[in-house]
Design a protein around this ligand. Structure first.
Ligand code: FAD
Ligand code: NAI
Length: 474
């Protein structure tokens, strides 16, 4: 007889949500987590997201945005506060307090839902058996009917470029810098590069972004990407597109970064005080005993699963960043819920066509569904409705009139297939589009839904009107 119905390895957004949902559905659940809290030795739950990802980055994005607003915009609103002074230590303390409050919140939820916590590193011995090695080297074996691998992802570096988390940093080091770098070179114009690049630019760094592709935020709608890059440039961020970093010389006081055109050609050298490597993340599968148990990985090293999150070994499942799909916390969470439901005998399901993506810069960028490029590639005949925040009263009142909403709908059925927003609060506004798409709604449905005035969300309604008929305010 198994000790538990379910043991989850890793308590990031995928693992902790799966554990709580399974417990709520009446299963006997244990979790294994190796990360420990900053000033102690108890387990730190919440994974990458709460400890070194979503939450600390959003704390710094918020406070650095306030700092920039106070310095550049308050006076135009008639608020004289003088030149704001940065107390980086206090800003970091706010970030750390936010992390701790969120991490302890999960502790509370585990207790409330009677989830047993094993602190240590988990390794699968066989289907039904997980060995947990504690920090002091002692081991114990946990038995369970099902095992869930939710070990997430970790940073990657470039060959020959060593991350020391002081001068050559990953996102983790970039969340902990002790002073504002004079010059920051960011490798990779993806989500991490642009969010954390924005944080340090707002606090005073000169930021240069080197990107391999010919556009920023690769998979995003090209129209959005182009306009967003223009806005970031106006804010002072410099870009080298179609370029790659081949070396970082750390021997001197100033780092020397070698940049080459992606297609080959003459190299140039950029000076930097700090280099942020943000070129993507890799699934964490090492040390889990997957080879010995025979769990198959795909060509990119991710755990292979079927439509029900089961690996090729019966009784062993996987969710979150360690499997295929976007590396997003809410994707991991929804997979956690779906898997818990499946294990409890219900019909768990995730709609991968309606997973929003948000870049928490200023302005924010948000999308759900397909881009114009994807619709063209899929051979779909579509129509476009666009509305600029410049024509939105609330946006003008708040001094946030940059950006637009773009609604893409099927040319014959009017079903909404994608919504893309650049604008203040885009990350909140995108959800009305997600709900609409989840219900298979049309641009006419959205356009005929009464929206409160004056709100930024009226621009979503007007973009839908533009797709289905004509907007009023343009
Ligand atoms: P993780 O959160 O990586 O958790 C895995 C856990 O497993 C970790 O706690 C790890 O310690 C533990 N573990 C690993 N191996 C073992 C083992 N053998 N034994 C025991 N424990 C183990 N996503 C968003 O949606 N929105 C954002 O704003 C956002 N911002 C981000 C900002 C940054 C800087 C970064 C780096 C990421 C960000 N992400 C964001 C991505 C998000 O953090 C991940 O998609 C999410 O954390 C994945 O959840 P997960 O549960 O799959 O894995
Ligand atoms: P990413 O995949 O978003 O971007 C990496 C970028 O680096 C790409 O544009 C790629 O073309 C570029 N690149 C790769 N190799 C390069 C090289 N040698 N030289 C120059 N450029 C190179 O990865 P990122 O930003 O590291 O983020 C990792 C994950 O974390 C993402 O999957 C993302 O979803 C998640 N994340 C999500 C956030 C959010 O939802 N707001 C915030 C931060 C991270």
């Amino acid at each position: 007889m198994s000790q538990f119905d379910l043991v989850v390895i890793g308590t990031g957004p995928g693992g902790y949500v799966c554990a709580i949902k399974a417990a709520q559905l009446g299963l006997k659940v244990a979790v294994v987590e190796k990360r420990t809290v900053r000033d102690g030795d108890s387990a730190a739950h919440g994974g990458t997201c709460l400890n070194v990802g979503c939450i600390p980055s959003k704390a710094l994005l918020h406070t650095s945005e306030l700092f920039e607003e106070a310095g550049h915009h308050f006076e135009g609103f008639g608020i004289k506060v003088g030149k704001p002074k940065l107390d980086l230590k206090a800003m970091m303390a706010h970030k750390d307090k936010t992390i701790d409050a969120n991490v302890s919140g999960i502790d509370f939820l585990f207790k409330k839902n009677k989830v047993t916590v094993y602190q240590g590193t988990g390794r699968i011995l066989a289907a039904g058996q997980v060995e947990v090695t504690a920090a002091d080297g002692s081991t114990q074996t946990v038995e369970s009917r099902s095992i869930v691998i939710a070990t997430g992802s970790d940073v990657v570096s470039l060959p020959g470029i060593e991350i020391d988390e002081k001068r050559v940093v990953s996102s983790t080091g970039a969340l902990e810098l002790e002073k504002v770098p004079g010059k920051l070179v960011v490798i990779g114009a993806g989500v991490i590069g642009l969010e954390l690049g924005s944080v340090w630019r707002r606090l005073g760094a000169e930021v240069t972004v080197v990107e391999f592709m010919d556009k920023i935020l690769g998979p995003m709608d090209a129209d959005v990407s182009k306009n967003f890059q223009r806005m970031l440039k106006k804010q002072g961020m410099d870009f080298h597109l179609s370029s790659r970093v081949t070396a970082v010389d750390t021997s001197g006081k100033t780092l020397k970064v070698t940049v080459e055109p992606a297609a080959g050609g003459e190299a140039k050298t950029l000076d930097a005080d700090v280099v942020l490597v943000a070129i993507g993340r890799r699934p964490v599968t090492e040390g889990l005993g997957l080879d010995a148990v025979g769990v198959a990985l795909d060509e990119r090293g991710r755990v292979k699963t079927d439509g029900h999150y089961q690996t090729n070994v019966p009784g062993i499942y996987a969710i979150g960043d360690v499997i295929a799909g976007p590396m997003l916390a809410h994707k991991a969470e929804d997979e956690g819920v779906a898997l818990a439901e499946i294990l409890a005998g219900q019909a768990g399901h995730v709609n991968y066509g309606v997973i929003p993506g948000v870049v928490y810069t200023s302005p924010e960028v948000a999308e759900v569904g397909r881009s114009e490029e994807q619709l063209k590639a899929d051979g779909v005949d579509y129509k476009v409705g666009k509305f600029a925040f410049m024509a939105n009263g609330r946006a003008k009142a708040m001094g946030h009139s940059d950006g637009f909403v773009k609604v893409l709908a099927d040319a014959s059925t009017d079903q909404v297939l994608g919504v893309h927003i650049i604008g203040h609060g885009a990350g909140e506004m995108i959800h009305e589009a997600a709900v609409l798409m989840e219900f298979g709604g049309s641009s006419e449905d959205l356009a005929r839904t009464c929206h409160a005035h004056p709100t930024m969300s009226e621009a979503v309604k007007e973009a839908a009107m533009a797709a289905f008929d004509k907007p009023i305010h343009a």
